[in-house]
Design a protein around this ligand. Structure first.
Ligand code: DGY
Length: 328
């Protein structure tokens, strides 16, 4: 009998079809995972889960007595209760590496779009408002090149952003992260500093740290007040690393000049959210890694992780390797 696997939200089609040859895979999307009877039935038999942003908490795990592995199709894993998974000896994996450059491109794209007001001016042209040959100063943006970029979180993606900023845009780089990274400082002429200094010195502040209990609400009222009035804030991490109401207040009060946001406290964002009415906010629907090529690579890597776990082998991207020690 084929092993049961749940695929959730996003697994690229060729990967899903390939998995279906060897496993009894059921795909679910947009369901209430606490109530959907078909999902709960499969969950009770599933040995593996592969997918994006499925909230794996105690309640879900109570319904999954046969589960061996949860394979995230994402680098972030804030959807997983790692303590509870470990307690039950269930492996969890993510997809680092394959999306690094794509997410860095997205973040940098949003940064430029916000600084140069590209979406707003695109709308201006399309609305037929471009009537005089030369645009007026109130349509001017601000330079990106040669400015100071503060990066909060200097993991793989932070480093890929630093690379673009240093080699492509001659920017000065400040960074703050859990550990100081001498090799990054050398490669990209980056300077480590405390968060307060980064916030008050940077022209662009780019948040790219994972969401953890330590980083939840990391940027709020106090932090926005420390920023320059001309600062542009970019969030490419998770919505909950920012106190969204404080961001809204800071933008309304002119405490910062603008924001580029790929992630939000609630996703999909509520259409009534004031951020969506602000011209100095550029928003994208959590598309950090969403290119055809990268999503395929992520699905492939997640499938490799899943199959290893199902076959009793060590998955290459185990999040907490102490769980493997218990399996051995
Ligand atoms: C990731 O991989 O974490 C991306 O943000 C998609 O969720």
């Amino acid at each position: 009998m084929k092993k049961k696997v749940i695929a959730y939200n996003r697994v690229e089609k060729p990967v899903l079809e390939d998995l279906q040859k060897r496993y009894d895979v059921e795909f679910f999307k947009n369901i209430d995972t606490k109530k959907d009877p078909v999902f709960l039935k499969h969950l009770s038999q599933a040995e593996g889960i592969i997918g994006l942003e499925l909230v794996v908490d105690r309640e879900l795990l109570d319904q999954a007595p046969n589960l061996k592995i949860v394979s995230n199709v994402s680098v972030g894993y804030n959807n997983l209760n790692l303590d509870e998974l470990k307690r039950r000896n269930i492996m969890a994996t993510n997809t680092p590496g394959v999306l690094t450059d794509t997410v860095a491109d997205t973040v940098f794209g949003i940064l430029i779009a916000t600084a140069r007001r590209i979406p707003e001016l695109d709308q201006f042209v399309k609305n037929g408002e471009w009537t005089s040959e030369a645009v007026e100063p109130d349509q001017f943006g601000t330079n990106v090149h040669h400015k100071k970029l503060g990066i909060i979180g200097m993991g793989r993606i932070g480093q890929a952003i630093a690379k673009r900023a240093h080699f492509g845009f001659d920017m000065d780089i400040l960074y703050h992260s859990r550990t100081q990274k001498p090799s990054v400082e050398e490669k990209f002429a980056a300077t480590y500093c405390e968060l307060n200094e980064l916030l008050s010195e940077s022209d662009f502040i780019c948040l790219i740290t994972p969401l953890t209990p330590e980083t939840e609400g990391l940027i709020g009222k106090r932090e926005f007040q420390l920023m320059k009035k001309s600062a542009i804030f970019i969030n490419g991490s998770r919505g909950k690393t920012v106190v969204e109401q404080d961001l809204i207040d800071a933008l309304k009060a002119g405490a910062i000049a603008g924001a580029g946001l790929d992630v939000f406290e609630k996703e999909p964002i509520d259409p009534g959210n004031p951020l969506l009415k602000m011209k100095n906010v550029v928003s994208t629907p959590h598309i950090g890694s969403s290119t055809h090529e990268t999503e395929l690579e992520m699905s492939k890597l997640a499938a490799i992780n899943l199959e290893a776990g199902l076959n009793g082998e060590k998955p290459p991207n185990l999040i907490d390797s102490s769980v493997w020690e218990m399996h051995k």
